[in-house]
Design a protein around this ligand. Structure first.
Ligand SMILES: Cc1ncc(COP(=O)(O)O)c(C=O)c1O
Length: 391
């Protein structure tokens, strides 16, 4: 008989755990999408998404993973040969570069050491050096390095230089403040399997007025991802093509849950879980990947020197039932990424830190059990409700 953990905990930075209420909605019988019943769902989701994106613009839902949303951001706003500035500070920054090069854009690459946020000053220098830069493309939260980039500061620069700002908010929207209209973000992209507590399969994308104007003259090829067509359909509470109907049931439910908790409360929760995870990891003796500007979606930790991060990740998965992410590319086998976005609460942090203590001790590290957990608890205690009995 093969020993298996009794329970599994999905604590990777996507896909993230899906609440039972949402799963039950997704399991409802599929209805036809060209019906008033489905249009009602689209109409509700439309308004809810605007709140989450903090915009008065339409937020378009695509049946695609997040990368589809990134591709749509590029093809709907740019033309062949135009110059773009791509911040490359990790795996997902590289993806912006790859998409732009695939579509024949001239890429000015702004390389940043993995584990560090881009400096707004470096963006400014690039914009001064090449005034023809048509757009700046950046992650809000670079999931591969667990770093948050300074989007508000960059948005001040792109507005001053009359340059478009395309933001991959895939692990930032619904995790931390990312007010699209207030900050003047031109394109904001996210995906269902992150803060939205859904399975993968939906991308969300919103365009500013300036970006919609750009979409009228943009010459890159687009068909499935032609957002003008989607917007026209959305105004009739429908979609251009067959939508991911059951995921839309789930989206309606998940957005309801998010707005009931309230965005400020969600942001505070993710921030608290991040601080607890970081403090716990440091108490275990682990080095943090992001020394400054950490992402409230995910914490990256270096595994102790001499230990194989990949083997520890597998042990966490198969022996303990705790799914965290490993490192990619230059961080492969060297780091673990512990998520705290979406349907993640205080005891998920305790679980992941306790599992890490157990796994590391199994791999020969000197671990004082409970030290990481205890340190995390001191931070989680900040948000304890009053002691009066509740009922
Ligand atoms: C910041 C960021 N950008 C892009 C992606 C790619 O999204 P997808 O895998 O849904 O295409 C991810 C996925 O982890 C991500 O975290």
């Amino acid at each position: 008989m093969k020993a298996r953990p009794l329970k599994n905990y999905l604590l990777a930075p996507g896909p993230t755990a899906v609440p039972a209420e949402v799963l039950l909605q997704i399991a409802s019988p599929t209805i036809h999408h060209r019906t008033p019943e489905f249009e009602k769902i689209v109409s509700g989701v439309r308004e809810q998404l605007k709140e989450v994106f903090a915009t008065t613009q339409d937020v378009i839902v695509l049946a695609a993973s997040g990368t589809g949303g990134m591709e749509a951001a590029v093809t709907n706003t740019l033309s062949p040969g135009e110059v773009v500035l791509c911040v490359n500070a990790g795996k997902f920054g590289e993806r912006w570069l790859n998409i732009c090069r695939t579509f024949g854009l001239e890429v000015e690459e702004l390389r940043v050491e993995w584990g560090r946020p881009v400096e707004a000053g470096a963006v400014e220098s690039a914009l001064r050096r090449r005034p023809e830069i048509r757009a700046v493309l950046v992650q809000a939260s670079e999931t591969s390095t667990a770093v948050l980039h300074p989007i508000e500061a960059i948005s001040r620069l792109t507005r001053a230089h009359d340059t478009l700002l395309l933001v991959d908010g895939i692990t930032a929207v619904g995790v931390t403040e990312m007010p699209m209209d207030r900050w003047g973000i031109d394109v904001l992209v996210s995906g269902s399997q992150k803060a939205f507590m859904l399975p993968p399969g939906l991308a969300f994308i919103a365009l500013s007025e300036r970006a919609w104007r750009a979409s009228e003259s943009a010459k890159l090829p687009r068909f499935y991802f032609d957002l003008r067509r989607e917007r026209d359909n959305l105004h009739k509470n429908t979609t251009a093509y067959t939508p991911a109907i059951n995921l839309m049931y789930g989206l309606s439910c998940a957005l309801g849950m998010m707005l009931e908790e309230g965005l400020p409360a969600i942001f505070a929760r993710c921030d608290r879980l991040m601080r607890a995870t970081r403090a716990g990891a440091q108490a275990i003796g682990l080095e943090l990947v992001a020394k400054e500007s950490p992402s409230p979606a995910v914490t990256g930790v270096f595994t102790p020197p001499g230990l194989d991060g990949g083997a520890i990740q597998k042990y966490l998965r198969y022996a303990l039932g705790v799914e965290v992410a490993g490192g990619q590319d230059q961080f492969k086998g060297k780091i673990l990424r512990l998520a705290h976005l979406g349907f993640t609460g205080d005891f998920d942090v305790i679980t992941v830190l306790a599992a890490l203590e157990l796994a590391l001790s199994r791999f020969g590290a000197e671990i004082a059990f409970g030290r990481g957990v205890g340190q995390a608890q001191t931070i989680l205690a900040e948000a304890l409700p009053p002691a009066a009995p509740q009922g």
